[in-house]
Design a protein around this ligand. Sequence first.
Ligand SMILES: Nc1ncnc2c1ncn2[C@@H]1O[C@H](COP(=O)(O)OP(=O)(O)OP(=O)(O)O)[C@@H](O)[C@H]1O
Length: 248
Amino acid sequence: MTATDSLLAVSLSGVRKSFGDKTVLDRVDLEIRRGEFVVLLGPSGTGKTTLLRLLLGQERPDDGEILVPRQRTVVYQEPRLVPSKRALSNVVLGQPRTRQVTEDGRRALDEVDLADKHRAWPATLSGGEAQRVALARALVREPELLLLDEPFAALDALTRLRMQDLVGELVARHRPAVLLVTHDVDEAVRLADRVLVLRDGRFTRDLGIDLPRPRDRTDPATLRHRTTLLAELGVRSNPSEESHVRHD
Ligand SMILES: Nc1ncnc2c1ncn2[C@@H]1O[C@H](COP(=O)(O)OP(=O)(O)OP(=O)(O)O)[C@@H](O)[C@H]1O
């Protein structure tokens, strides 16, 4: 990244990725500013996870350029905790066990409201608690880029809403750039500064959401964005409709 781009956390230009004769990403450009919360929406199989894997360096593009900060962490749909390590050890996994690291780990657990669970084994945690440990592990390293791959999808509805609020609060405090992959339009409108819709290898919509937080899902402006995104995904919106779209 050049000096003039210092406000950018992520820059992709002309990125192409195919598997066999299937082009998944077709000359994609993407810029994410520092501290910006971007949500990536799209039907199943359109390349959202592939894009995330490219940002993590787990895949290489066939063409194009990808610039990402070195400090990047990820939370997946499953918490992926090490079962033989207690909560705190999972949070500071891979880091030297200095006093500072232990303190930071405890603070991170405190931030996700699990201060009293630092000695808990993963098997004794609820799904939501385990996911909060995973979030603490991702944030304790103060990443410049936080990647979230459907992190709420496996949670029950109430826990999901609480987790969304928690992520919103923690991101506001730590200010990493965020790329959140989801199928949930309401989640996108609730959290994003900007929503990108990925279809047929390209971004078909780049929608800025400039609304105060916390956001009320019944607010007319929120509903307008929701309707726009559902239309972009090819889903008709009406009040009784389920917005958690999955095009399998
Ligand atoms: N390693 C691979 N080898 C072959 N094909 C792959 C590979 N990884 C992904 N694909 C294909 O690329 C396409 C995009 O997959 P990807 O997982 O990125 O989609 P997605 O948008 O994340 O889907 P979902 O929403 O269902 O998670 C799919 O057709 C998938 O089968």
